[in-house]
Design a binder for this molecule. Structure first.
Ligand SMILES: Nc1ncnc2c1ncn2[C@@H]1O[C@H](COP(=O)(O)OP(=O)(O)OP(=O)(O)O)[C@@H](O)[C@H]1O
Length: 258
């Protein structure tokens, strides 16, 4: 990790009419850092993730990103085309439901290789080679490269979605409950894979989860949300081993013995 942040969120709020989605959230994220956003259902995690990943315009606040050419850019002042390019190249977004992040009716190889074309690669042979390497890296047999993801299990689909996201060497990846809805043994294998890829690639990650065990395993730092606000944040081990807020204490003791 370096001393210069990669991403700055200041005073982000989102209101749905009179209802609060999230309120006055600020934080910085450093290169290579994994931040978990945790909280109960309805606490505002998804709203916040969508606001900071440019999927949902906040009611107030700014979200800034340090680009590869060392410029700070306010994401909501970028043109739509610039934002889309950033999403395709420098960023990844891993959805809870792989069908939301994959094209279900094209081959696994094309799903992985497509983003390389988005960044200008044109050589079919090279794209296929890189796609095969990535399939292998996420433990999908090379004999499945021409199969469509609809013929894959839930765990395989999720691994393919991860390959599709990481193939362009993004610097920042958003993950929304990436292991939600999978069997426990499949979850454990996927978490191991995510952890080693994130470490090997030095990725910065913002991961939303309601599962404190996932936060414990993957994140360096965490933010606890309640009613749209961040009520506690700090190093993951500190927050889980020595929660300061009564609500966090309750969450830690009632949800899971971690
Ligand atoms: N499109 C919407 N219109 C109105 N209210 C919404 C909308 N989306 C979310 N909300 C409200 O905003 C609050 C935060 O919801 P959000 O989905 O962000 O929470 P969450 O922590 O991600 O929950 P979950 O884990 O169940 O997805 C809730 O009160 C929710 O009802």
């Amino acid at each position: 990790m370096t001393d210069t942040p990669l991403f700055k969120v200041s005073g982000v709020s989102k209101f749905y009419g009179a209802r609060t989605g999230c309120r006055d959230v600020s934080f910085e994220l450093f290169p290579g850092e994994v931040l978990a956003i945790v909280g109960e259902s309805g606490s505002g995690k998804t709203t916040l993730l969508n606001c900071i990943s440019t999927r949902l315009a906040p009611t107030a606040g700014t979200v800034e990103y340090r680009t590869r050419d060392e410029n700070w850019r306010d994401l909501y002042r970028m043109s739509e085309a610039e934002r889309r390019m950033l999403m395709r190249t420098d960023w990844g977004f891993v959805h809870q439901n792989p069908a939301d992040g994959l094209r279900m009716t094209v081959s696994a190889g094309a799903n992985a290789g497509e983003r390389l074309m988005a960044i200008g690669q044109r050589h079919y042979g090279n794209i296929r080679t890189t796609a095969s390497e990535w399939l292998e890296r996420v433990e999908i047999g090379i004999d499945r490269i021409d199969d469509q993801p609809r013929a894959f299990s839930g765990g395989m689909r999720q691994r393919l979605q991860i390959a599709r996201n990481l193939i362009t060497s993004p610097r920042l990846v958003f993950m929304d409950e990436p292991t939600g809805g999978l069997d426990v043994s499949v979850q454990a294998r996927l978490l191991d894979l995510i952890r080693s890829l994130v470490n090997d690639l030095g990725l910065a990650v913002i991961i939303v989860t309601h599962d404190l065990a996932v936060a414990r395993l993957l994140s360096h730092r965490m933010m606890v949300m309640k009613d749209g606000r961040v009520i506690e944040s700090g190093l993951t081990d500190r927050v889980l081993d020595d929660p300061r807020e009564p609500y966090t204490q309750l969450l830690v003791s009632s949800i899971l013995q971690v």
